[in-house]
Design a binder for this molecule. Structure first.
Ligand SMILES: [Zn+2]
Length: 108
């Protein structure tokens, strides 16, 4: 089994790396703002719902960082489960996703 992934040359039908970077930046700043808002409104630190929410946001931030790294490494948009390209429509909604829809539902 060969492990060499096709280098994602950003073909014309793919959004340019700049655009992806912008989407990721946007996703990151949105999450950071959410986190800050939670911190500011949070009176009870052991509120379960809130800490779940924070964990989810932190997880997303980690995934966003990973997506930046994949973008730099040329493997952005490749599903980590099946090594196939993640559909662009999905990347538009979830720019930092690691998996295509079918791998995601298998992982969930
Ligand atoms: Zn997959």
């Amino acid at each position: 089994m060969s492990l060499d992934l096709p280098r994602t040359e950003l073909r014309p039908d793919h959004p340019a790396a700049d655009e992806i970077r912008q989407r990721l930046e946007h996703a990151r700043s949105t999450r950071l703002a959410q986190l800050k808002a939670l911190d500011e409104t949070g009176q009870s630190p052991d509120d379960h719902l809130m800490s779940n929410q924070k964990d989810a946001i932190k997880r997303a931030l980690t995934e966003i960082d990973e997506a930046f790294a994949r973008l730099a490494g040329g493997t952005y948009g490749i599903c980590l489960g099946c090594s196939k390209p993640v559909p662009p429509e999905r990347l538009e909604i979830l720019p930092h996703t690691r998996h295509c829809v079918s791998c995601q539902s298998r992982a969930a």
